[in-house]
Design a protein around this ligand. Structure first.
Ligand SMILES: Cc1ncc(COP(=O)(O)OP(=O)(O)O)c(N)n1
Ligand SMILES: Cc1nc(C(=O)O)sc1CCOP(=O)(O)O
Ligand SMILES: [Mg+2]
Length: 203
């Protein structure tokens, strides 16, 4: 897995608008795109995820599905991202096989990262690193968790929550390999340039 920007999609119900938004940032070669939509129903999620998969495949960028291992398997996505209520990572690893990406949310809990590593995940994610307008009530995680995970787990470390181009260098310095971002890229005046600037942090 490459280090770099980990783009998470905004909650758009207009599928053409969603695809256009992601197409705009793919030239910046994000390390991963995650399909996340908290507003869509199951049928719309299936349609959006399938069309995003085709788009990301054409660009050579892996697409990971948030919340649903079943949807990831159904559409043949490149992986799944599981939160606290999204199932057992060890079972997900077995279902995905070794070749696809599995990530877990660890919030501010070190033990979740240790358990994820034991279950064979491909990355562990900590957050919220900063106050997030997308998820204002997310508990905050310290930079020390990134550093500890970088030192003690042989896994890529993702950071999420309130990340901006201004605070991102501190996360990379602390040990983050992946910067998971929604609003700072998709709400930027020039999302392509903003995504490229994130990629530049890993040169
Ligand atoms: C890379 C990454 N890290 C954490 C999350 C949060 O996942 P989760 O806890 O399942 O919360 P929701 O995203 O479903 O609101 C994530 N999506 N991606
Ligand atoms: C989806 C999500 N999960 C978080 C966590 O802390 O687990 S924070 C978050 C929102 C990320 O969006 P933005 O880049 O706009 O802050
Ligand atoms: Mg989730």
């Amino acid at each position: 897995m490459r280090r770099g920007l980990y783009l998470v999609t905004p909650d758009l119900l207009d599928t053409d608008a969603l695809l256009a938004a992601v197409a705009t940032v793919l030239p910046a070669r994000p390390a991963i795109v995650q399909y996340r939509n908290k507003l869509a129903d199951a049928a719309l999620k299936r349609e959006q995820a399938s069309r995003l998969l085709a788009l990301c495949r054409a660009a050579g960028v892996p697409l990971v599905i948030n919340d649903s291992l079943a949807l990831a398997l159904e559409i043949g996505a490149d992986g799944a991202h599981l939160g606290r209520d999204d199932g057992d990572p060890a079972l997900a690893r077995a279902a995905l096989g070794p070749g696809r990406i599995l990530g877990v949310s660890c919030y501010n809990e070190w033990q979740r990262a240790v358990a994820g590593a034991a279950a064979g995940v491909d990355y562990v994610a900590f957050g919220a690193m900063f106050t997030s307008s997308t998820k204002p009530d997310a508990p905050r995680a310290g930079l020390d968790l990134l550093t500890r995970a970088h030192r003690e787990l042989r896994l890529p470390v993702a950071a999420i929550g309130g990340i901006t181009l201004d605070n991102a260098p501190a996360l990379v310095a602390a040990g983050a390999d992946l910067l998971a971002v929604i609003s700072d890229v998709f709400s930027a005046p020039d999302p392509t340039a903003r995504a490229a600037a994130y990629a530049g942090l890993f040169d």
